[in-house]
Design a protein around this ligand. Structure first.
Ligand SMILES: C[S@@+](CC[C@H](N)C(=O)[O-])C[C@H]1O[C@@H](n2cnc3c(N)ncnc32)[C@H](O)[C@@H]1O
Length: 280
């Protein structure tokens, strides 16, 4: 089954929804805000675009979705006021996989726009929103149509479960005790996916455009270090117990693997560098 056809965070606003269970991801957005603000304000100061297209890739649904983009728009507005410039028009492109609860985002837009108008005052915007369903491991936007690409906690999701995980028994992801073939298979998939991601964005961004990506990663260069997969390891333990209790079949549990890879900073850098050399 294709990951991009089935993967989605829980929609709505119920107890088990992503909206109610995404405070860690919100913290990530908040902690990295200065970096994103600096990147978008530099972009604005260097190019003064009359209209500014911002894409949030893997935006999900819930309070984080509009939080990230509102901070970006407010950062530009602050600078353009200081400089005494007329506001650019903003186009905000919200991307996620087709199973995402886009309706929940669309329903919240009117209230959000009203809040933004109050916060930014007259003379700012307008801000046009669009939902863009599809996988970011492919082209999503017109050539040279984006000024700023943002993505938080999305790019560690792989496009598919790597091939060659037959020996990953008893685990649902890459863990300390995974055989080297499993570790290699995960890294290979991340290399392919992230390279494709960069290639697609390089086609979509305007010259001088910027991109800020928050990726769950690990500090250690050792791919099987505990920090990469602690949460999934806990889930593996729970699943294994369910197998012992006969609640799920062992074969099913063994064939289930999560399409997530947490790269090290060096791994990310080396793929970025490879793409830079390839496309210059
Ligand atoms: C952990 S959520 C992060 C959501 C939001 N950016 C935040 O910070 O709260 C990751 C999101 O990435 C989306 N995602 C995963 N793979 C994707 C892909 N190939 N293309 C587009 N979105 C994807 C998931 O559907 C999910 O909504």
């Amino acid at each position: 089954m294709e990951v991009c056809q089935v993967l989605h965070m829980n929609g709505g606003r119920g107890e088990k929804s992503y909206a109610q269970n995404s405070s860690i991801q919100r913290k990530v957005i908040s902690m990295t805000k200065p970096i994103a603000k600096e990147a978008i304000t530099n972009l604005y100061r260097n190019t003064f675009p009359a209209s500014l297209a911002i894409a949030d890739l893997g935006c999900s649904s819930g309070p984080n979705t509009l939080y990230a983009v509102s901070e970006l728009v407010k950062a530009v507005d602050e600078v353009r006021r200081k400089l005494g410039h007329q506001s650019p028009e903003y186009q905000v492109l919200l991307n996620d996989l087709p199973g995402n609860d886009f309706n929940a985002i669309f329903k919240s837009l009117a209230g959000f726009q009203e809040d933004m108008r109050k916060q930014m005052g007259d003379g700012s915007g307008p801000c046009f929103f669009a939902g863009v369903p599809g996988s970011f491991y492919g082209r999503l936007f017109r050539r040279k149509s984006l000024h700023f690409v943002y993505s938080s906690c999305g790019v560690m999701w792989l496009s598919q479960v790597p091939e060659g995980l037959e020996d990953n028994k008893g685990s649902i992801c890459m863990v300390g005790k995974s055989p080297p073939s499993v570790v290699k298979a995960y890294y290979r998939q991340f290399q392919m996916d992230f390279s494709l991601f960069l290639k697609c964005r390089s086609e979509e961004l305007v010259a001088g455009g910027r991109m800020v990506l928050n990726i769950y990663s690990r500090k250690s260069e050792d791919p099987s270090s505990k920090e990469s997969c602690y949460i999934w390891d806990l889930l593996s333990v729970a699943l294994n117990e369910m197998v012992v209790e006969g609640i799920i079949e062992e074969e099913k549990s063994d064939s289930f693997n999560i399409p997530v890879y947490t790269p090290s900073p060096l791994e990310v850098e080396s793929i970025v560098e490879k793409e830079r050399v390839l496309h210059h």
